[in-house]
Design a protein around this ligand. Sequence first.
Ligand code: UGA
Length: 490
Amino acid sequence: MWGYSQRFVDPPKRTKVSSVTIQYMTPGATLAVPSGAARPRLAFHGTGYLGATYAVCFAELGYEVLGYDVDAPKIAKLTGGNVPFHEPGLDEMLRKNVAAGRLRFTTSIEEAAAFGDIHFVCVGTPQRPDSMAADLSHVEDVVVRLAPHLHRKALIVGKSTVPVGTAEWVEQLVRRHAPDGSEIEVAWSPEFLQEGHAVEDVLRPNRVIFGVRSEWAGAMLYAAHKGVFDLATTEDREVPVVVTNFATAELVKVAANAFLATKISFINAMAEICEPAGADVTQLARALGYDARIGNRFLRAGVGFGGGCLPKDIRAFQARAQELGVGEALRFLHEVDLINQRRRQWVVQLAAELLGRPFGPAGPDLSGVKVAVLGATFKPNSDDVRDSPALSVVRKLSRSGAEVSVFDPEGMENARREVPDATYARSVVEAVTGADLVCVLTEWEEFRTADPVVLGGLAAGKVVIDGRNCLDPVLWRRAGWEYRGMGRPA
Ligand code: UGA
C-alpha cells in the first residue's frame, strides 16, 4: 500500500496537475463509472455549510449532483434556490445550477443511494457535551442509513473533520450494513474551506488530499475532481494532489486547524506581552511576517478565534491523542485554548479600566454602563455565531452588569437565538447612540469604514475598544475618541 501511495505523493512530473492523471490509471485504461455515466455522479450527504457549498460548486463545475439531508425544511429551501446561511456568491450559483438541472436535493436515502457513484459525507462533528471529543453520531447515521441501499459499486468519501481512525471505523460500518457481496469502498478527502471564502476555496483549492486504499478509489476521486483540475489548467494554475493513506488524510485536516489556531494564539500571547511592555502587536506581526518562513497570514491579534471549527477541532485532537496514548504531544493545544479564552475576558477588564470602574470579587463591575457591541459573528462575511468571541464578550459584559446593545450586518437572527437576553439594535447608529463605550468585535467592512466623527456625535462617551485591530487609531483619536486596540499602546 505504501509503495503505491508514495508513487502518487511525488509523481515524476508535477508541474501541472493534469500530469497526475497518468499516475492513477494503467495507460489506455478507462475508468468504469458504476452508474455508466461519463463522469461520476456525486451525492453529498448533509447539506449544512460544507455539503451545500460543495454540492453547488461541483454542479457549477459541470457534475450531476444530488444533495441529501434528513432536514426537510432545509432541502425545501435549497430546492427553491435559497441558501440557508450567508455565503457570498453561493445563492446565485445555486439558482443557476438548479435551473440547469444539474443540481437536485432530496430527503430520500433510496434516491441518493441509487443516484451516486460517489457519496461524500459532509455532516457536522461537533464537540460532545460531556467531553472534548468529537461527536461522530451524524457520520455513523449517514453510513448506517446509506449502506443498506447500495446495490452497485460505489465510493463513500469522508469530508467531515474527524478524529484519526474514523475512516477505518466507517469501513467496518459499511461492511456490517451493506448488502452481502456489494463492492463498497471508502476514501477520505478532507476539505479546507473558510467561511466567507468558501466558493473560491472549493473551486480553486490550494491542495486536494486523497486518502485511498485502492487504485480504483484514487481514479474515482481524480475523476470527481477533474473539473477542479481543468479549471486550474485553463487559469494556468497548479493544484497539488497528495495521495496518501487514511490516517494521514484525516490528520492533514486537524493538524492544519491546530497549526492555524496555534498561530493565532501565538500572536495573541505576544499581544499580552505588548500591552504592559508598551509595544504594538500589529507592527510586531508585520515585522515577523516579512520572514517568509513565518508569513503574515493568521497573525492578526484580537479577541481570538471562534467558529464551528478551530475551537472544537483543537479539543477533539487532544482527546484523540490521549486515546492514542500520546496526549503529551498536544498538551500545548490546551495552552493555545487558554490564551484564546483570555482574550475574551481581557475586553471586559479593559472596559472597566478605561471607564474607571471598580473590580469586585466577582470581577469588573460594569453596572449601569451602556456598551455598544459591533459584531456578533465569529468573523465577517458570515452569519455564523458558533463559539463567536463577540457573543462570548457580550455575555461577559452583561454578567458584569453592563447594558449591551449589539449590531451585526448578517448575524442578528442567529445571535438572537444564541443570546436572547441581549438588546439588538437595527443599525450601527442605533447601537452607538447613547453608549458609554463602543466595542468593535468583528471586523465587518461597515465597521472598519464607519466615520468616527459621526459616531462621536451620537455616543455618550467617546471610548472605543478595537477588539480586532481593524480601525485606524489616528482617525479615531483625531475625532476625539479614547482608542484602545488589542496589544497596542494606550
Ligand atoms: C477554518 C480554517 O481556516 C479552514 O481552513 C477550515 O477548512 C475550516 O476552519 C474548517 O475546519 O472547516 P473558518 O472556521 O471558516 O475556517 O475560519 P477562519 O478563517 O480560520 O477563522 C477562524 C477564527 O480565527 C475567526 O474567529 C477569525 O476571526 C480568527 N482569526 C483568524 C484571528 O483571530 N486572527 C487571524 O489572524 C485569523
